[in-house]
Ligand binder design. Structure first.
Ligand code: ADP
Ligand code: MG
Length: 689
């Protein structure tokens, strides 16, 4: 908000400044000096006093104040962990939990995983000695299942509360309740923005502790007309900044790994072409699936005379603070999960951000001195097209998982649960219906034995049901493999531009005629056959890192089978049994061939397309189950298997009727080849407008 008002003032200042702007140089300060230089430091004692005097406290302070890294340490130093209890701090994002824990361990001079640790899904880096524990909000929800009163903790910090993720929102209700019967438990809600009053109201008028921020003016620039290709536009803007503007690092907001890699590629090429005519430009990506040693690079000081460009997802909006950023490039988009209760479809969508987000992003440029933010959209779009605030996740995602967890915590009445903002009733009802169809709830809405087992597994209800069904079909080993491969949430295959043909050939060698799940299983099994060789991965263009993670996830899931009373069975050749198990979990994701390369979802008749990367593209089957939908220009089904419509009556008889799965088998299935296939692929490759 300060940005526009300060415009003129800033421009005058600018002329007086010399060519190279001096950012405060953290690299010469000792780590303890850096700690003392943070805005929260002068408030250490008054903050601790406020925590002592109040059970619930809302802490508000701008990004980079030191809330996340410092407050847990202050509590530790003040003795909140003396009797062996922990300070827990939740984060909406995995990367933030890991990165911040590693930073705090370093500040305390401890080894990560000892006194300071983190816990994220499928990865527990804590020990008996852990006193400061960073974790995703989803992991704290899981802890409620084993320790409903959170006895192990003396303080819980719900951090980045303004992000309003689904789990954070649910935690508010659960923690408010725990705080009532555990007067010794301290609860902090920490937020970067102005939602503090709302949090305060929710927690019975809890006091708000404000950490005054240090913020320099940020000059905002808009484009005159909308950008057709914002990735290209972002890259061009980076280069323009690099060539015409004083030194200072650049932060670019993109929506995900693919965009970041595309932008990185453009930049690398153009920088190469410019050769020695320009200063050194260091391009660094940051996104959830980047290995942590590469994530750490964004925090390294930029060498003198060079410029750093960080290509980031939303993670850099508030969760991570990178020092030295002077320029921000904001294309105005983010990736969001979006659930349409009417169609029952959930997909990952690239959507325009809200004005609140845009202002947060701009703010990243003003931490070390006056900055500039280049918005790759028009001022008109900012004022008229963007929403004021981002809709909280609870109001736009599928609630199946959360409903299952709340039910297993014994919370029967979900309509009257204490929500900060209630979810739409229809979404809640749909989630209950889905859980009923998955046999997790009975007709009275109570948790069944199957539901209890599903809640034990750290996967969503459909995947949980698929794993349980694998027990019945005798293919547990196989289904665990594909559950792990599907959970990696990073690319399995890679495709370097200069070796694209080799990569495609290598990928095709794994293709299984029954679909992508079995293709993934082939990859895993072959890899396992090489004793998990990295060389093998390299040769067949498979990401070793993703595979290692899959193995890890697989081991963990396998380790849980005894708890859910499932015996490890195996039958790799029985594709039908494997696909029936998949169908038993994902019968909501059934689509049937319609015409012209298109599919319609079985129940609601929504149009969806086969993802061009699917191994089934060449020969479209009649009935399929898809793992997920990705929306670009169309809804694409990603990871698809062939099924027989009749199986639906067998595995989901309560959901499908005979007439809905009738096969019109006299029609020959058309093949999508040549031109049509090209169209299919081209369309997908087009950037989102
Ligand atoms: P807040 O939570 O208020 O946004 P943080 O505690 O995250 O603030 O950040 C405080 C400081 O710690 C910032 O200057 C940031 O650059 C630094 N910092 C945080 N994480 C790391 C890290 N992994 N490596 C280096 N510095 C970090
Ligand atoms: Mg923080």
């Amino acid at each position: 908000s300060s940005s526009d008002d300060d415009e003129e003032e800033e421009e005058e200042e600018e002329e007086e400044e010399e060519d190279v702007m001096k950012a405060p140089d953290n690299s010469k300060m000792s780590i303890q000096e850096v700690r003392r230089s943070l805005p929260v430091f002068p408030f250490r004692d008054s903050l601790l006093a406020a925590i002592r005097d109040h059970q619930v406290l809302i802490v508000e302070g701008e990004t980079g104040s030191g809330k996340t890294t410092q407050i847990p340490q202050y509590l530790y130093e003040a003795g909140y962990c003396d009797d062996g209890k922990k300070v827990g701090c939740t984060q909406p994002r995995r990367v933030a939990a890991m990165s911040v824990a590693s930073r705090v361990a370093q500040e305390m001079g401890k080894k990560l995983g000892n006194e300071v640790g983190y816990s994220i899904r499928f990865e527990d880096c804590t020990s008996e000695r852990t006193r400061i524990k960073y974790m995703t909000d989803g992991m704290l929800m899981r802890e409620f299942l084993v320790d409903p009163s959170l006895e192990g903790y003396s303080v819980i910090i719900v951090d980045e509360a303004h992000e309003r993720t689904l789990h954070t929102d649910i935690l508010f209700g659960l923690l408010k309740d725990v705080a009532r019967f555990r007067p010794d438990l301290k609860l902090l809600v920490s937020s970067a923005t102005l939602d503090s009053e709302k949090f305060s109201d929710f927690f019975d008028e809890a006091p708000v502790f404000r950490i005054p921020g240090r913020r320099y003016p940020v000059h905002i620039y808009y484009t005159r007309s909308p950008e057709a290709n914002y990735i290209e536009a972002a890259a061009v803007t980076v280069l323009q900044i690099h060539i015409t503007q004083r030194l200072g690092d650049v932060l670019v907001f993109l929506t995900g790994q693919e965009e970041i890699e595309a932008c990185q590629e453009i930049l690398t090429e153009r920088v190469k072409a410019l050769g020695s005519k320009i200063r050194e430009l260091i391009v660094l990506p940051i996104y959830a699936n980047l290995p942590s040693e590469m994530q750490a690079k964004i925090f390294e000081a930029t060498p003198p005379g060079a410029r750093k460009v960080v290509l980031a997802t939303n993670i850099a909006e508030t969760s991570l603070t990178i020092d030295g950023i002077v320029y921000v490039i904001d294309p105005g988009y983010a990736k969001q999960n979006y659930f349409n209760a009417r169609s029952g479809m959930e997909s990952l969508v690239v959507v325009p951000i809200s004005r609140a987000s845009a202002n947060q992003r701009a703010g990243r440029a003003g931490r070390v001195g006056p900055g500039k933010c280049f918005r790759l959209y028009t001022k008109w779009a900012f004022e008229n097209e963007m929403e004021e605030n981002t809709v909280p996740e609870i109001q736009r995602v599928n609630l199946g998982n959360v409903v299952l967890q709340l039910k297993s915590l014994g919370i029967g009445d979900l309509i009257n649960f204490d929500y900060l903002d209630p979810p739409p009733a229809e979404t809640l009802i749909l989630a209950m219906e889905q859980l009923y169809a998955l046999k997790a709830l009975n007709h009275k809405g109570e948790l069944t034995l199957t539901g209890r087992k599903m809640a034990e597994l750290p996967v969503d209800p459909m995947m949980g049901r698929m794993i349980l069904a694998a027990g019945e079909f005798g293919v547990v080993e196989e289904v665990l493999t594909l559950a792990a491969m599907l959970s990696v949430n990073g690319a399995i295959f890679y495709r370097p531009k200069d070796k694209a043909i080799h990569a495609d050939t290598a990928r095709k060698n794994f293709f299984h005629p029954d679909g992508d799940h079995l293709t993934l299983m082939n990859v895993y099994n072959e890899w396992a056959g090489t004793e998990y060789s990295s060389q093998w991965c390299y040769e067949v263009f498979v990401q070793y890192r993703s595979m290692k993670r899959a193995r890890d996830i697989r081991d963990q899931l396998a380790g849980l089978m005894e708890r859910v009373e499932i015996q490890l069975s195996t039958n790799p050749a029985d594709s039908m049994a494997i696909r029936k198990a998949i169908t038993a979990g994902y019968f909501y994701h059934v689509a049937r061939f319609s015409k012209g390369g298109m599919y319609k979802t079985a129940k609601k008749g929504q149009t969806v397309m086969m993802h061009p990367q699917s191994c089934l593209c060449e020969d479209l089957p009649r009935w399929v189950v898809y793992h997920e939908l990705v929306l670009t220009t169309k809804e694409y089904m990603r990871n698809v298997v062939v099924i027989d419509g009749k199986w639906l009556l067998e595995v989901a008889p309560h959901y499908y009727r005979d007439n809905e799965v009738q096969d019109n088998t006299s029609k020959k299935m058309p093949k999508v080849k040549g031109k049509a296939k090209e169209e299919l692929t081209k369309e997908y490759a087009d950037p989102v407008s």
